[in-house]
Design a protein around this ligand. Structure first.
Ligand code: CDP
Length: 204
């Protein structure tokens, strides 16, 4: 069944984990749209022009594990402020959302700008401290040399930049269901998200 699921929220809120689980549960495809901005950010760190790089982005560019570093996350949120960069990435996201087998897209502006007609919208959040603690563990598990203080500062800086930008700021869509995962296990958060999507499917 074709259905678009929009999952937005601030840095490290658990969108990725929830999106993957929802996509697997319903057999939908999943696009982590943060990777588009991270791929542009990484190429800009390597000397590229943000808008030129965004216009020439190749899906193969998204496969790189090096996109997961804090330096690339910061570069991503810096290029994400540029309206022409965002515009260059719209078509790819909308085409993905229209897939016949159903799609889950996670990011910052999916429910508000990219897919305002999505049948199910979630806004996943958690306290900055919870999010930073989870991201710290994730990065440490990958062997990256990070401190809890630096990760919290990174999360706060990106939240502020993402929320205050003029184009497609991070805000919940009026019709999004809010899920605060601060005191939830992954299993509880996924169950809640699956229930919201199932209700949208039942509505037809
Ligand atoms: O994984 P995490 O939540 O830390 O970040 P991400 O989803 O990979 O996004 C990295 C950065 O890309 C964000 O801080 C945003 O500035 C930007 N982004 C955006 O502007 N719009 C999206 N739809 C997705 C990401």
């Amino acid at each position: 069944m074709r259905l678009t699921v929009a999952i937005d929220g601030p840095a490290a809120a658990g969108k990725g984990t929830i999106s993957k689980a929802v996509a697997a549960h319903f057999g939908f495809a999943h696009l982590d749209t943060g990777l588009l901005y991270r791929a542009v950010g990484a190429k800009v760190l390597a000397g590229g022009d943000p808008v030129a790089v965004a216009n020439a982005l190749d899906p193969a560019d998204l496969e790189d594990e090096a996109l997961r570093t804090p330096a690339v996350a910061q570069a991503a949120s810096e290029v994400a402020v540029i309206a022409d960069v965002r515009a260059a990435l719209v078509d790819f996201q909308r085409k993905f959302a229209a897939r016949a087998d159903g799609a889950v897209l996670d990011g910052r502006d999916i429910g508000t700008v990219i897919c305002p007609d999505a049948a199910a919208k979630l806004f996943v959040t958690a306290s900055a401290e919870c999010r930073a603690a989870r991201r710290y563990k994730e990065l440490r598990d990958k062997g990256l040399d990070v401190t809890p203080e630096a990760v919290l500062a990174d999360v706060r800086t990106r939240d502020a930049r993402d929320s205050s930008r003029e184009t497609a700021p991070l805000i919940p869509a009026a019709d999004a269901v809010l899920i605060d995962t601060s005191d939830m296990t992954i299993t509880q958060a996924v169950a809640r998200a699956v229930a919201v999507v199932q209700a949208a499917l039942d509505r037809g």
